[in-house]
Design a protein around this ligand. Sequence first.
Ligand code: GLU
Length: 282
Amino acid sequence: MKFRKVTAAAATAIVLSVTATACGGDDDKSSASGSGSGGGDKIKVGIKYDQPGLGLKEPDGTFSGFDVDVATYVAKELGYDADQIEFVETKTPDRENALKRGDVKFIAATYSINDERKKSVDFAGPYLLAHQDLLVKADSDITEATDLNDKNLCSVTGSTSAQNVKNDFAPKANLTERSGYSECISALQSGAVDALTTDDSILAGFAAQEQYKGQFKLLGLKLSNENYGIGVKKGDTETLNKINTALEKMVSDGAWEKAVKDNFGPANYKNEPAPKIGNIVK
Ligand code: GLU
C-alpha cells in the first residue's frame, strides 16, 4: 500500500511538471514571476522593510524608498505594472539564498556588489554608490573609526559593514550583530551601543526620522565604497541584461534623479552621481 501511495504521488508530480513545461514555464515561473521573460501576472521583488528612504514597509502596508522606486521602474521595463509587483522582505543575510531558491526574481535592497556574493548571485548595475559611515549620539566623542576599538558597536549580520569592522577599521570593537538596522538604532538610542555602522544612505534615512531628530550625528567618514547592484539568480543573463537596460533608461529619462530627490531629499543625504553600468568603484 505504502509503495502504491508513493508511486501515485510521483505520478502526480510528473504530470504537474509536464503540464508546467507544456505551458512554456521555467524554473522561475512558479515562484518568482508569472512569466520567465516578463509580462506575466505577478513578479516577486526583494526589498528591505525597515530602512527609511530606501526600502520601508509603511504602517498602511505600502512601500517607500529609493530601492522601491528603482525596483518599480525596473519591473515596469520587464513588463510588470506596479500593481503586479509583490514585494518580499529580503534581509541582509538572506539575500543570496532568496535568489538561489527563486523566491524573488530580483533584489533591490542596498545590496553591495562584492566578489564573495558574486560567487553565488549575479548583479546588474551598479545604480548607486554609497559609503560606510558611523552614526553616533549627538553628544558622542567618537570622531573616527579607530575610536571604536573597545567601544560597543552595532551592525547587521552578513553585511559588508560588519565584515569591514572586523577585518579593517576596528578589530577590537565590541561588535554586536543584529538581524536588521532598526534593532541597531534602538540599541544606539538606549545607549546599549556607542555607534551604529552601515552605509551613509541608510544612516541618513534613520537620522532624519521624526522620532530621532536631533539625537544622532552622522560622521561623514566614507569608510568604504558600496556599489549597490540589483541581484538576480546566477546565470539569469536575460533578466540581468534587461535590468541593465532599464537602469540606463532610468538615468537618461530623469526618473533616477527624481527618485533621489524624493527619497534622499528629506534626509538631506548628499548622494554620489549616478554610476555607469558595470563601473564598480573599488
Ligand atoms: N550595503 C551593505 C551590504 O550590502 C550594507 C547594507 C545592507 O545590509 O543591506 O552589506
